[in-house]
Design a protein around this ligand. Sequence first.
Ligand code: PLP
Length: 478
Amino acid sequence: MSRNAESTAFRSALEVIRAVEPRVADAIGAELTDQRESLKLIASENYASPATLLAMGNWFSDKYAEGTVGRRFYAGCQNVDTVEALAAEHARELFGAAHAYVQPHSGIDANLVAFWAVLADRVESPALKKAQVRQVNDLSEADWFALRRELGNQRMLGMSLDAGGHLTHGFRPNISGKMFDQRSYGTDPATGLIDYDRVAEAAREFKPLILVGGYSAYPRKVNFRILREIADSVGATFMVDMAHFAGLVAGKVFTGDFDPVPHAHIVTTTTHKSLRGPRGGMVLCQPELADQVDRGCPMVLGGPLPHVMAAKAVALAEARRPDFADYAQRIVDNAQALAEGLLSRGATLVTGGTDNHLVLIDVSGYGLTGRQAEQALLDSGIVTNRNSVPQDPNGAWYTSGIRIGTPALTTRGLGTAEMDQTAELIHTVLTQTTAGANADGTPSKAKYTLDPGLADKVARQATDLLATYPLYPGIDLS
Ligand code: PLP
């Protein structure tokens, strides 16, 4: 496919947009420039292909398609059926899943669909059963009261936020922590690793309905076979949220015990992180949960986004190509090179390294909070995000960690040598940044000082590092 075609497509699209609201066209162009110029180390971001991006910008966006393929609440969905079926087929083939539901609009939505499906499948409630077989009008007020009490008293055991779990894995301020009676498992304070014996102990004591595996900020492999055994031993449904590492599963870097799909009853994911697709979510499940999962829309979700499902089909087709496995392996090689580069310069890393796409730096070793480190790095052209570390004394807002990840830079083509240079830039900024003080002289968790000359110098070095690896080389908007 010619590079010219990509330039023409995006230039024409911007011309059409500019004729209506030039400021939107300008912002879209500016976003490309910003993304091209920044050293993006945000572990949850990536760059989708031009084909994936283009699949989203069309009249599929106009179509309502509540329901599932072939069973819609709206007429005229034959073309939506085509793209939804294609996306689901690619997902099933790519991950070896029995069933794929590609409608969730995001990772959180996919998790809500999964919770709904498990509750509907597992909760022994005559009232719920009646409500599901459309005898809703036969339910008395007492039935409804019993139903709410039964659904609202179920138990979830997930990884705690500061150990690397996600908000939706039972974090109390999140809806998951409110709709479920929740408990969390953490990591071993000495090693930072999941202690499976402790998880088993917590499961035996708590007897959850759902055991959740998966994470946003845990830099190691997880043994899903063991977690499934733990779930089975207490009769729990085993759910894995692979939002962060779906690309490593798709690319067969995580196989056997480390591939969640054969072990979990239900797997959720985003499609836009390491999987490199459009912004969205997806649920994979065993056949017995398929019917409930397919009720996601309209029971949990708003109308499906056909343009995004089209883009999911394109991205999943890309992920089935042999070169995606090479990409996935390079993500991990790069993360390990970045970790080595930081360790050799004296940084402290949670768990001492990485097996996946992310590295968690404990910046308290530099005398900084995550907030100070994040901002100082941003001043220097390095985009990261602050993150809690296990047992974080600075809480979830200021934090003591910086999470960095390699999916995006690997997409641009940077390799292990550039990761060492990146480690040097990060270490330079963090060693040269000093924590500031509040007006009353107490230590500030937000203020810091960094010589602007040094920040500019690092930003120029970061730009030089990226110059050899242009982002979207086939797109010229000039
Ligand atoms: N699950 C995990 C593990 C995540 O890391 C995230 C995103 O940060 C989500 C779910 C939510 O994804 P989304 O932002 O698409 O709702």
